[in-house]
Design a protein around this ligand. Structure first.
Ligand SMILES: NC(=O)c1ccc[n+]([C@@H]2O[C@H](COP(=O)([O-])OP(=O)(O)OC[C@H]3O[C@@H](n4cnc5c(N)ncnc54)[C@H](OP(=O)(O)O)[C@@H]3O)[C@@H](O)[C@H]2O)c1
Length: 277
């Protein structure tokens, strides 16, 4: 592998654009990035925006690469993989899939077997450089390749490895679906603040800034979230009243149930996808 690896993206949608933007911001050279997708008009706008090389030929795109990022929807993945398999079996790049639910075994089979492969479960805040991704590597992936994929996903947020592929369901239920849990909390807080008389725009800004500030504190504090929570709760004060209300209302059990439902659905969707191909 060269010191400046060439990275090819098959698929030029939201995720590919987010990752490419992050990579360029963190110093990757556009000259080392290739992108392919069916629509040449769309590709030309990607080329203009990022300065990367583009082609409508997935095989040609894959052939250039030390690392191929499969950034297409799960429904077209089988066709894409089978099409590029003869090329990548020859050049043997690191294959990276960001598609939810498609197992390393299934992808490996479509790619004709034996290639180093990493599965990544990213999330939507990747689109603003604040993603949280879980990564799983199959046995063929070398340490240097792990570093390479890690640095790509760190350019759009956090990237953390799991040792067992099944834990990607647990990651899906945590950080994959997680942004929506926090959006729900924002929505609920905004609604009650508006009911209490705060103007809607002000309520939203205060709620968002509170969430962002709490997240920032949790990220950089030496204390765990429980301690940070207790630090805000003075005895007999307002926060204590609210937290007690959450606890008595069964918030923790509700979180457990919601998380479990997402986890179960992730497993079901993986089975459905495997059955359809
Ligand atoms: N968005 C997220 O936050 C998120 C989070 C986690 C995982 N993911 C996964 O990331 C993957 C991509 O998601 P996305 O949101 O970026 O989807 P997207 O915006 O719909 O992008 C898909 C891209 O694939 C292209 N494409 C379709 N058929 C193709 C083919 N045969 N060969 C090459 N390219 C083809 C599409 O081109 P056209 O538009 O020209 O058809 C489009 O550029 C999905 O597997 C999704 O499950 C996304």
């Amino acid at each position: 592998m060269s010191t400046s690896p060439t990275i090819s993206f098959i698929g030029a949608g939201n995720m590919a654009s987010a990752i490419i933007g992050g990579m360029l911001d963190s110093g990757y050279k556009a000259a080392n990035i290739w992108v392919s997708a069916p629509d040449d008009g769309h590709l030309q706008s990607i080329r203009k925006k990022f300065g990367v090389s583009v082609t409508t030929d997935n095989r040609y795109c894959a052939q250039q690469a030390d690392m191929v990022v499969l950034a297409v929807k799960p429904q077209v993945m089988a066709d894409v993989c089978r099409d590029i398999a003869p090329v990548v079996q020859n050049t043997r790049p690191l294959m990276v899939s960001i598609a939810a639910g498609l197992t390393a075994e299934t992808l490996d089979e479509w790619l004709a077997g034996g290639l180093p492969l990493v599965r990544v479960m990213p999330n939507t805040p990747s689109l603003v450089g604040k993603g949280a991704a879980g990564l799983f590597a199959n046995a063929q992936v070398e340490d240097v390749q792990k570093k390479m994929v890690e640095s790509v996903f760190q350019s759009i947020g956090s990237a953390l490895w799991v040792e067992d592929e099944n834990l990607l369901h647990a990651v899906t239920a945590l950080s994959g679906s997680g942004p929506a849990y926090f959006f729900l909390m924002l929505e609920a807080l905004e609604d009650v603040a508006v009911d209490a008389g705060i103007e809607a725009g002000t309520a939203r800004e205060l709620a968002i800034q509170t969430m962002a500030g709490a997240a920032e504190m949790a990220a950089c504090s030496e204390h765990d979230p429980g301690q940070l929570k207790r630090n805000v709760m003075s005895p007999g004060g307002t926060t204590e009243q609210a937290i007690n209300t959450f606890e008595e209302g069964g918030l923790r059990e509700l979180v457990r149930k919601a998380y479990g439902a997402a986890f179960k659905r992730s497993e079901e969707m993986a089975r459905e996808l495997a059955g359809k191909q």
